[in-house]
Write a protein that binds this ligand. Structure first.
Ligand code: T46
Length: 133
């Protein structure tokens, strides 16, 4: 997987009368998983993110509700992704600036490559812009 944000499609097993299972086999993921955490009850007025990570790689999944993710890579390439299905994930490479908005019912799973470390964050946008070039 190249170092750009991209949508990952997870297998979707089942049907509308039985329901569905989606899954992420480790061989299909672009990094070794270290931990998984989830965010929820984010008010619709709140924008989360507003940071990049020096080393952390992640996959975000909206297992319920919808998440709009704006991304920017060093160099200025900007994209907007809509996570609106539990069988869809967004791969976020290291250094990618991200901003997220959530519907009231959204539950975001974050599959992460590394343990939490505040030292891994770039929370200042001007500092992020200096990564360009
Ligand atoms: C990300 C996006 C997609 C902890 O104390 N431990 C933890 O494991 C985490 C993840 C966070 N925190 C603290 C740090 C902050 O004071 O919780 C507060 C909120 O964390 P953060 O600013 O990372 O929150 P989000 O929702 O902006 O970002 C989260 C992930 O944490 C982050 O890695 O990229 O989702």
């Amino acid at each position: 997987m190249g170092l750009v944000p991209k949508i990952i499609s997870f297998p979707k097993i089942g049907n509308s009368s039985l329901g569905y299972i989606s899954l992420a086999e480790k061989e299909s993921l672009p990094f070794q998983v270290n931990r998984i955490y989830w965010t929820y009850y984010t008010p619709e007025s709140v924008e989360r993110g507003g940071h990049s990570h020096l080393e952390l790689q992640q996959i975000l999944v909206a297992v319920a509700g919808q998440i709009t993710v704006k991304t920017e890579m060093p160099g200025g390439h900007k994209q907007i992704f809509l996570l609106d299905s539990p069988d869809k994930g967004l791969y976020i490479p290291r250094l990618c600036w991200r901003e997220m908005k959530y519907t009231h019912n959204a539950v975001q799973i974050c599959i992460a490559s590394l343990a939490y470390s505040e030292d891994d964050y770039i929370r200042n946008y001007d500092e992020f812009l200096k990564l360009k070039g």
